[in-house]
Write a protein that binds this ligand. Structure first.
Ligand code: GCO
Length: 467
């Protein structure tokens, strides 16, 4: 190596001091140990065991075996130099039936996780709900039933009591849009129900559950940051024609404002009520609910992968089971141009910039965390044992550049959590899609840093992006 090669490349896009550099995972996607230490089935255990629901019949029974390899995985994060780790707590591991007292062994696992993170100098960011509802609560009606929100408030109280003094950031819910509209609307996710009314009821009860949990957390862990993660849709109309703008408005209502308005403004979007009138009269929203949903929070988490391009519906009939209540028959979804990931999702960093700048304007004073961003590619270990993933590096570089530009333009972004630390169970796609910056050989559970992991470690160490 010449002296020139040894010179570090200059860091041109520097992030603010104290910027949080993290990775993210979710319990059902990595833990495995599905029936150990008192854990009972969640809706994802039931769903994944139902033939035809998940590719190759994959389940989370073993996943990345993180339940038994937690210390090793924290060691990986220590090598990467991350400042923060976003994980989720499996509700059926700590409160198996969704009611009553907690199971100590379940709590102990998360206590150990949090303690080992703190010892490693990594801030714990805990999500209470990343889609694994205890099956017994689904059997009692699930999220379309109001009682589920109160059960969630109780579970939040248990976790606040157990870990409130040690968790830096609490996220109540992850992507309630997916849980409500894919879970109860088009059936692509657990529990696999297909009812527009059920999905709207679920969406409201998620907002209520969030507010009830905020109350519990605030009371028990007053020093903690309290947050919510939404997969806000970066909606782009095809043109400025009024019909296309109306299509974008509909998706913004049922994709974004259905959560943003109750949580940040204590109201329901008027246009959503109008759009969904054929399906519901919203009478399940009771007096006082919107005061609960609007309990102040400290930051908003955003998960971003790609934009949503829409136009007025073309004459062809839209599919009967749609996750977009109030938009069926009015909206067509168009493919965005450009390269694609292994999910066939377009690579479009501009959408992340657009979203951050919109939130700067719509929610002034609300700090933002990018709680997920990343990409799946068909990664494999080559004969030398290396996992080369240049497309992922390119994807991440482009998206971090967009974040930097949004910061420069005044968006209050406090951190970035790369999805994901490990290859894992990608919901309806099973193990066929690899999102990790660490490769997992699911036959041996061997972990291998991909090139993107080394790249990310370098970004964290220098606090920014090289030219
Ligand atoms: C999410 C996600 C992750 C997914 C990721 C890629 O919050 O959407 O729940 O669990 O694995 O988004 O699809």
């Amino acid at each position: 190596m010449t002296a020139l090669d040894a010179r570090p490349a200059t860091t041109t896009l520097r992030f603010p001091t104290g910027f949080r550099w993290g990775t993210a995972t979710a319990a059902y996607q990595i833990e495995g140990a599905a029936s150990e230490d008192g854990r009972t089935p969640s809706i994802w255990d039931t769903f994944s065991r139902t033939p035809g629901k998940v590719r190759n019949g994959d389940t989370g029974d073993v996943a990345a075996d993180h339940y038994h390899r937690m210390s090793e995985d924290i060691g990986l994060m220590r090598r990467l130099g991350v400042t923060d780790y976003r994980f989720s707590i499996a509700w059926p591991r700590v409160q198996p039936t969704g009611r009553g007292p907690a199971v100590q062994k379940g709590l102990d696992f998360y206590r150990r996780l949090v303690d080992e993170l703190l010892e490693a100098g990594i801030r714990p960011v805990a999500t209470l709900y990343h889609w694994d509802l205890p099956q017994e609560l689904e059997d009692a009606g699930g999220w379309p039933e109001r009682d589920t929100a109160y059960r969630f408030g109780e579970y939040a109280a248990i976790m606040a009591e157990a870990l409130g003094d040690r968790v830096a950031t609490w996220t109540t819910l992850n992507e309630p849009w997916c849980a409500a509209f894919l879970g109860y609307g088009n059936g692509e996710h657990a529990p696999g129900r297909t009812s527009a009314l059920a999905s709207l009821r679920a969406a409201h009860h998620f907002n209520l559950a969030h507010g009830l949990a905020v109350g519990q957390l605030r009371g028990t862990a007053p020093a903690a940051e309290i947050s919510l993660t939404l997969n806000l849709h970066a909606v782009r109309p095809r043109s400025n024609a009024p019909e296309d703008l109306d299509a974008a408005r509909r998706i913004d209502a049922v994709g974004n404002r259905v959560f943003l308005d109750p949580v940040f403004h204590g109201r329901l979007p008027e246009d959503l009520i109008h759009d969904t009138a054929p399906v519901t009269d919203w009478s399940f929203v009771l007096d006082g609910d919107l005061d609960i949903t609007a309990a102040p929070i400290d930051s908003l988490g955003i998960n971003y992968y790609s934009p949503t391009v829409v136009a007025a519906a073309s004459p062809s009939p839209s599919p009967s089971s749609s996750p977009w209540a109030g938009a069926e028959g009015h909206v067509s979804f168009l493919p965005a141009p450009g390269p694609r990931t292994a999910m066939n999702w377009p690579v479009d960093a501009e959408g992340l910039y657009e979203l951050l700048v919109r939130l700067r304007d719509d929610l002034p004073g609300v700090p933002l965390l990018i709680t997920e961003n990343g990409a799946a590619y068909d990664d494999y270990a080559d004969p030398s044992g290396a996992v080369k993933d240049p497309e992922r590096v390119e994807y991440l570089h482009a998206h971090l550049t967009a974040v930097h530009r949004a910061l420069a333009d005044g968006a209050d972004v406090r951190g970035y959590f790369l999805w994901s630390l490990l290859d894992n169970f990608e919901w309806a796609y099973g193990y066929s899609k690899r999102f990790g910056i660490v490769h997992v050989d699911f036959a041996t559970q061997r972990r291998t840093l991909k090139d993107s992991a080394r790249w990310y470690a370098d970004i964290i160490a220098r606090g920014g992006l090289p030219a």
